[in-house]
Design a protein around this ligand. Structure first.
Ligand SMILES: C[S@@+](CC[C@H](N)C(=O)[O-])C[C@H]1O[C@@H](n2cnc3c(N)ncnc32)[C@H](O)[C@@H]1O
Length: 465
């Protein structure tokens, strides 16, 4: 008889959902919330782990399974559709999620008989007896071939972009964007890098803790380029410097573009405070605050969303009052004096195409229109940034996207209108090799496969006198 999914069984440990089966069931529940309720995978998994009390290896197994099922979704779905011999839309969505998890286990070299029996058990427990036959039949066909054979078969006869889209689990339009931006011989490496979840990177906040002291407190390794970064597997919240705000979680690419902006402002000094115009949740604001204090500057950190402004204040809590101010406002209405900031950092809301490796589900949510929808806001924010900056001061345009419409197009448009001088941004990061964007060597474009960072973009411009 069909059994209804039962949330109480999460934490309960009833006899049929112990051990491995319990992990599979929790992963299934999380994946359902991502698929059916459009939850963000990272947040949903964190919620579900909290609700179930799973920790340690079990929590890691759930995180890995759900992340892989989300990351590889487009390709898994093609395999499942081929194995089922029918469109996925004709299958119950919960069944599709079970099959996705099964295909992930198969991709991770779980023995064929274990994949089939575990997924049949999962389907029976979580959905009902009536679907177990179907799950059994489709799973048997999925495990009938190693994944590389599936990929070869599915991509046979496709053009290059479609074939890469299948083999590396990216929507075709994103493959096409990357193909425009990268030399042909780097394209596969770039797509592959998006499929490798990054080791957490910490920042030792200047003026609060030295990097060596952070390393001594929690181990890990110094980052390749940022003088403040530490890569360290494990939960950052275990570390007391992180808990008290002396250190934080921050991708090395974000550290580098912030550092480059500060170096440019130092090279083009005018009087005035610094402005972080889009500051939430506060990673760059905290680094900027420490670097501003070193130069006797103050920082105004602005954020539109009140809850994100609170996160900015939280990120800045290690620094003494008086060195920074956090405000909540729409930067387009510019609630500050025009032409008053020596450095304005506009870390704009963007598609996040440069951070796909850390957001497993986001590539399948984005569409080309996700980019055009942001264009007007991005242009307005750039306009505000230029207006806020003092003559002779520096504007830094930063995105965690390499897409030309969110990067070069916004900057070139503003430069043409306002007569901005575009600086050679890579020259402010001399320690980082191959940091220049292929389309325009005045811009910094970092890449996961080249630099081990998110694909951060940075343009630096000086406002005319
Ligand atoms: C890419 S995030 C900034 C990340 C942040 N600088 C950091 O390093 O932690 C962009 C931020 O801009 C904010 N934002 C969006 N529209 C805005 C506006 N009109 N004015 C100010 N902030 C805005 C978003 O809420 C989001 O927090």
């Amino acid at each position: 008889m069909a059994r209804k999914p039962d949330r109480r069984s999460f934490g309960g440990g009833s006899r049929d959902i112990q051990g491995g089966n319990r992990v599979r069931l929790v992963a299934f529940r999380a994946l359902r919330r991502v698929s059916a309720e459009a939850g963000y995978a990272n947040l949903v998994v964190a919620d579900v782990l909290r609700e179930t009390g799973l920790t340690g290896k079990d929590a890691a197994a759930v995180t890995d399974m759900v992340s892989a099922a989300c990351r590889w979704q487009g390709t898994l779905d093609r395999i499942i559709a081929a194995a089922a011999g029918r469109e996925l839309s004709t299958l119950q969505p919960a069944v599709v999620d079970v099959l996705r998890l099964g295909a992930v286990l198969w991709a991770e070299s779980t023995p064929a008989h274990a994949v089939v029996s575990e997924m049949v058990t999962l389907a029976r427990n979580a959905i009902g007896e009536r679907v177990s036959g179907l799950v059994n039949a489709v799973m048997r066909r999925v495990v009938g071939k190693p994944i590389p054979e599936w990929l070869a078969e599915l991509s046979a006869g496709m053009d290059m972009l479609d074939a890469l889209s299948v083999r590396h689990a990216h929507p075709r339009w994103i493959v096409a964007v990357f193909a425009e931006l990268l030399p042909a011989n780097e394209l596969e490496a770039a797509l592959n890098a998006d499929n490798i979840p990054p080791v957490p990177t910490l920042v030792a906040r200047p003026g609060l803790i030295a990097r060596d002291a952070l390393l001594a407190a929690g181990g890990g390794a110094p980052t390749a380029y940022s003088p403040y970064g530490v890569t360290r597997p494990g939960n950052p919240a275990e570390l007391s410097p992180v808990r008290i705000g002396w250190a934080g979680v921050q991708d090395e690419g974000s550290q580098l573009v912030t550092l480059a902006a500060v170096r440019a402002a130092t090279a083009y000094p005018v009087s005035g405070p610094w402005l972080d115009m889009c500051a939430g949740p506060g990673g760059k604001a905290a680094l900027l605050s420490g670097l501003a204090a070193e130069q006797g500057r103050t920082l105004l950190a602005n954020e539109l969303q009140p809850h994100r402004a609170r996160l900015v204040a939280q990120a800045l809590r290690g620094y003494p009052g008086g060195t920074h101010l956090v405000v909540t406002a729409d930067a387009r209405t510019a609630p500050w004096r025009e032409s008053s900031f020596a450095l304005t950092v506009a870390d704009a809301p963007c598609s996040g195409l440069g951070a796909l490796r850390r957001r497993p589900d986001s590539r399948w949510r984005r569409e080309p229109k996700s980019i055009s929808e942001l264009s007007e806001l991005q242009r307005d924010l750039m306009e505000s940034a230029v207006r806020a900056t003092a003559p002779g001061g520096v504007v830094a345009w930063i995105t965690c996207s390499p897409h030309p419409d969110e990067t070069a197009a916004i900057v070139n448009h503003a430069a043409a209108i306002h007569g901005l001088t575009l600086l050679d941004a890579p020259s402010f990061l001399p320690e980082v090799p191959d940091a220049a964007a292929a389309s325009d060597s005045r811009f910094v474009q970092l890449w996961p496969h080249r630099h081990g960072t998110d694909a951060m973009f940075l343009a630096l411009a000086v406002k005319p006198h």
